[in-house]
Design a binder for this molecule. Structure first.
Ligand SMILES: Nc1ncnc2c1ncn2[C@@H]1O[C@H](COP(=O)(O)OP(=O)(O)O)[C@@H](O)[C@H]1O
Ligand SMILES: [Mg+2]
Length: 227
């Protein structure tokens, strides 16, 4: 369906050295993500999913390969400065980490507003707006410790949305949720894609992966299957 990919990775590779041994955590992966689509990265534990997602999100630099994000070559040409990389991260991406990283002493509203203290995008939204979008607005003044797992997951998603990202990256967004909550998160991600952003998630949940527009299956760092 859509036109240009917002993410275009080619031959993305990450090699770690463990003593004398080399670990090719990600090995020559090609991947594209498009606005309006949900993409799922699946594969066994240790297959390189998180490493790949972190490179796509410009949080980790590849050993080799190229990455173009929003038409901008980030890796594979001359290196971007730290400052330029920071701008790409802020302007293009929203990140939902596996462990949420909510600050326990701040309210939900404060947690959501925190990224805005450092950078406010032109299309930035306020906490109430994104929380309403995710159906958790009545939790605005609660502390993270007062929320259920599903609610915390939504707060983490809400926080990733305040700066109106073009790409939402989520590592195991339903990792700790039961099947009803998983369905709800799936619908939320689908709705966000309908709004025009690209959603890229890592998941163990095959049903969730089946509902994606694009699936990349990796094993031992290599593409096993792509659809
Ligand atoms: N910082 C690191 N240093 C060395 N090896 C790492 C590092 N991060 C990940 N690895 C290794 O890379 C491989 C892929 O890890 P990861 O991307 O976390 O897999 P997944 O998310 O699919 O479980 C694993 O063998 C892991 O041990
Ligand atoms: Mg992982």
């Amino acid at each position: 369906m859509p036109g240009d990919p917002v993410i275009k990775a080619a031959g993305l590779t990450k090699v770690y050295s463990r003593g004398a041994e080399e670990v090719r955590a990600v090995d020559g992966v090609d991947f594209e993500a498009f606005p309006g689509e949900v993409a799922a990265i699946i594969g066994p534990s240790g297959s390189g999913k998180t490493t790949l997602l972190n490179m796509i999100g410009c949080l980790d630099n590849p050993s080799s390969g190229s990455l173009v994000v929003g038409g901008r070559q980030v890796f594979g040409a001359g290196p971007l400065s730290e400052r330029e990389l920071t701008a790409v991260r802020r302007e293009l991406f929203g990140y939902v980490f596996q462990k949420f990283y909510l600050i326990p002493t701040l309210t939900v509203e404060e947690n959501i507003m925190l990224p805005g203290a450092f950078y406010k995008a032109p299309g930035a939204r306020d906490a109430y707006e994104v929380m309403k979008l995710l159906g958790i607005e009545r939790r605005l003044h609660h502390l993270p410790g007062q929320l259920s797992g599903g609610e915390m997951q939504r707060v983490a998603i809400a926080r990733a949305l305040v700066n109106s990202p073009k790409v939402l990256l989520a590592d195991e967004p339903t990792g700790s949720l039961d099947s009803r909550r998983t369905d709800e998160i799936r619908e939320i991600l689908r709705g966000l894609a309908s709004g025009g952003i690209a959603v890229v998630m890592v998941t163990h949940n095959l049903e969730l992966a089946r509902s994606a527009d694009r699936v990349l299956e990796i094993r031992d760092g290599r593409v096993h299957k792509a659809k």
